[in-house]
Design a protein around this ligand. Structure first.
Ligand SMILES: [Zn+2]
Length: 126
């Protein structure tokens, strides 16, 4: 890609591509469909959308950009936070290790945690 002056721009990172996807109409449509299917309640704790803002959570990142309905679940903020923490725990990532990786790898780290399914995670434990 090039800017208006015709200069080459660096390729967007996977993290940037993911963020752009989350801002796209395609994602908004899938997110809205998931919220409608959930009937306005958190699918974990059952709290209403009128009490807490609900968010769509990826159960898998296998089909990013072409998610199937079953790839998403609807959670309130606290349940979403817990689900993300559990995903990281499944990957064997402690909070301390995560801070270290974030410091060393910057945005690449987000990409690693995003893309690695538990069975393929090979993350050094030091
Ligand atoms: Zn909840």
């Amino acid at each position: 890609m090039q800017n208006l002056l015709g200069e080459d721009l660096p390729e967007p990172t996977k993290e940037e591509q993911y963020r752009a996807y989350l801002a796209s109409p395609a994602w908004r449509k899938r997110r809205a469909a998931a919220l409608a299917r959930a009937g306005g309640i958190c699918e974990s704790c059952g709290i209403s959308q009128y009490t807490r803002r609900l968010e769509a959570h990826h159960l898998t990142y296998e089909r990013i950009g072409a998610e199937l309905p079953e790839d998403l679940t609807v959670l309130c903020g606290p349940c979403h936070k817990r689900a993300e923490a559990e995903r990281k725990a499944d990957l064997g990532i402690s909070e301390r290790a995560e801070r270290n990786y974030a410091r060393l790898l910057g945005e690449k780290w987000g990409y690693l945690t995003l893309r690695k399914a538990p069975e393929e995670a090979e993350i050094a434990s030091d």
